[in-house]
Design a protein around this ligand. Structure first.
Ligand code: SF4
Length: 301
């Protein structure tokens, strides 16, 4: 349904006077999502993963420059194609409920121009929202209700590809699990779902596959079951370190810090923190297929 190959993204910025420089935020990213599949993109804050969502939706600012290939159902995601697909076949469940218009009642916002009140009520019933919510403004909603409104808007649009950008921060554990259960349900109904999150524990509960994002690169794409045997099936040292750092596992943090994408040199991005590093790692490392997944590490076996 969605295929992203060798995707990179940089922004042109102005410094003093007319001095211009480029800031690279994604240097090489590969992801694919099939119908009926939920794929999580895991990365820490500032790793550029939300920009990926905006790139797929074509809502990046004018100073953004993309390269690489993006396809939806085999069709190149050009600006023109995105104008037709965005908000219809491809929908965003945004990070913040501030995406809702604060001056408009939520019923009208969810309804859009192609549906009526009966359609909205039917979707609201599915997400346990009373019909009276239609007459409320966003500020009158609880956090959980607002999340369900955002999911309702994607469902009523009839979206086939849903991009959920950090849908759980600020929610209680119960509400976060409920929000992710809704995404899982959409995948089970045949949608392709991209879940962008920093919460690996929650993502593991609902995902079919997990892509690990680091300094603007995908380092590994793993199956959910790869996390279930003590992390031994994971392919990349960083993914194994993430697994070990979870409270339910060793709870041992990984020393060092993640460099900004624009500062990564020609060597493997994980080189400074990697206990397996050798001289061969002092070169750009391509992504390769390995055991039903993908990895960007020459020593992965
Ligand atoms: S390529 Fe080398 S430095 Fe990079 S993750 Fe693999 S072993 Fe570590």
């Amino acid at each position: 349904m969605l295929q992203i190959k060798h995707f990179s993204l940089r922004f042109s910025l102005y410094g003093k006077g007319l001095e211009q420089r480029d800031l690279e935020v994604i240097s090489s990213l590969d992801v694919d999502i099939k119908a009926g599949e939920l794929v999580s993109i895991i990365g820490s804050s500032g790793s550029g993963k939300s920009l990926l969502a905006h790139a797929v939706l074509g809502i990046l600012p004018a100073n953004a420059h993309l390269s690489g290939e993006l396809y939806y159902q085999g069709q190149a995601l050009t600006k023109k194609a995105l104008e037709k697909l965005r908000g219809r076949e491809i929908a965003l469940i945004p990070q913040s409920v501030t995406y809702l218009d604060p001056t408009m009642k939520v019923g009208k916002q969810v309804m859009g121009v192609r549906h009526d009140a009966a359609d909205v009520e039917a979707v609201f019933r599915r997400y346990k929202l009373p019909a009276s919510v239609m007459d409320k403004y966003p500020f009158e909603l609880s956090g959980g209700m607002a999340r369900r409104i955002l999911v309702s808007a994607a469902v009523i649009a009839g979206a086939k590809l849903i991009i959920a950008d950090e849908p759980t921060p600020g929610l209680s554990e119960t509400l976060a699990k409920e929000a992710l259960a809704h995404l899982r349900e959409l995948a089970d109904m045949g949608c392709g779902v991209m879940l962008i999150t920093h919460d690996i524990t929650l993502a593991l509960e609902v995902s079919d596959r997990i892509s690990i994002f680091y300094s603007g690169l995908t380092l590994e794409t793993a199956l959910r079951r790869d996390f279930e045997d003590g992390g031994r099936s994971l392919r990349h040292p960083y993914t194994r370190a993430l697994w070990k750092a979870l409270p339910q596992n060793d709870f041992s943090p990984l020393p060092g810090f993640q460099p900004y994408a624009g500062t990564v040199t020609e060597q493997c991005a994980f080189f400074p923190r990697c206990t397996m590093a050798t001289e061969e790692c002092l070169h750009p490392i391509p992504m390769r297929d390995l055991r039903d997944g993908k990895v960007r590490c020459i020593h992965a076996a």
